[in-house]
Write a protein that binds this ligand. Structure first.
Ligand code: HEM
Length: 296
């Protein structure tokens, strides 16, 4: 596994970096919309911050996702940067799955941007925009094999769940720093009640995806894809651990009026964010340099 990771050329390294950024920005934007539409416990200032974050995320996601097109052309040119500006190669990429996915992705981001900017846009646009952005990942990559519709649906559910989780981190972090402990605790508790089901759904969707893509995840451990996946799952376990401490210890303490729990919750959310970043980078590496059916 490490040989494959260390052997990445400049163009592949740039692809992984931009892809991870695109994941983060897309999920942050979709998640900000989902959080605004479903968490009424957030205060007015926090809701305004989430809207600004959503617009910034949508803009960055559009730019980063578009930048993946010339990078894919560079990959086709054998890692040569000349490929990135070659019209024939970029045209080929745009005509293929990456181009279809980008078109759907940009359409979803436009709906989200409209939702964030329009003062009283109906919640429907938040759900629709987030669903389209997450579904755009079903148009490219490893999920383009059979059973294609099921794999596409699973990756969409997986990403919608992640978006909700990631989108809630910044507003809960902010409220724990500014609102009174009981109000911050109420917002975190409202998130925690939904998160239980959301995390279950995203983990089940991810688990079924893994089984369908690899046949047998234990056999896949012999390949770079499987080993990178094991890293992803270990990071996911640490993320779950942090979330459990928040839900079972820090949020009840906040609800009981313990102001000392607020800085601890903020630190824990910061660590959750770091774990999310590490998982996104690992996912970007494994979807770029490894394949579920690759041997050795
Ligand atoms: C039980 C835990 C999880 C499992 C079993 C799982 C499984 C999967 C699988 C099998 C895929 C398809 C990969 C491919 O196309 O080769 C996937 C995609 C993805 N996962 Fe997860 N995952 C889990 C948790 C997470 C977490 C916690 C994050 C982020 C913080 C995450 C982020 C992503 C992203 C961004 C994709 C889309 C990749 C793409 O299509 O380019 N996953 N996941």
């Amino acid at each position: 596994m490490w040989q494959s990771v260390l052997a990445m050329d400049g163009a592949t390294l740039a692809t992984v970096t931009v892809k991870a950024l695109a994941y983060l920005a897309s999920l942050m934007s979709a998640g900000s919309a989902l959080v605004l539409a479903s968490l009424s416990a957030l205060d007015g200032d926090t809701r305004r911050m989430v809207r600004r974050l959503g617009v910034a995320g949508a803009t960055l996601a559009g730019v980063a996702s578009a930048a993946l097109i010339p990078l894919a052309a560079a990959y086709l040119a054998g890692g040569s940067w000349a490929g990135a500006v070659d019209r024939t190669l970029t045209g080929m990429v745009l005509d293929g799955p990456a181009g279809n996915s980008l078109a759907v992705h940009l359409a979803g981001l436009a709906v989200l941007a409209g939702f964030f900017i329009a003062a009283k846009a109906p919640r429907f646009f938040a759900f629709a925009g987030a669903a389209v952005v997450c579904a755009s990942f079903a148009f490219r990559g490893h999920v383009l094999t059979e059973p294609r519709v099921l794999l596409g649906a699973l990756v969409t559910v997986h990403l919608l769940g992640l978006a909700f989780w990631i989108g809630a981190l910044a507003p809960l972090h902010r409220m724990a720093g500014r609102a009174d402990p009981v109000r911050a605790g109420a917002a975190a508790a409202a998130f925690g009640r939904r998160a239980l089901w959301v995390v279950l759904a995203l983990a089940m969707a991810g688990g079924v995806l893994l089984v369908l893509l690899t046949g047998n995840p234990l056999d896949a451990l012999a390949s770079p894809y499987g080993r990178l996946f094991a890293v992803k799952l270990a990071l996911f376990a640490s993320l779950l651990g942090l979330a459990a401490v928040n839900k079972l210890r820090l949020v009840p303490a906040l609800l009981a009026g313990d102001a000392g729990a607020a800085p601890r919750l903020r630190r824990s959310i910061g660590l959750e964010f770091a774990a999310v970043l590490a998982i996104l980078v690992t996912t970007a590496v494994l979807t770029t340099i490894a394949s579920p059916d690759m041997e050795g």
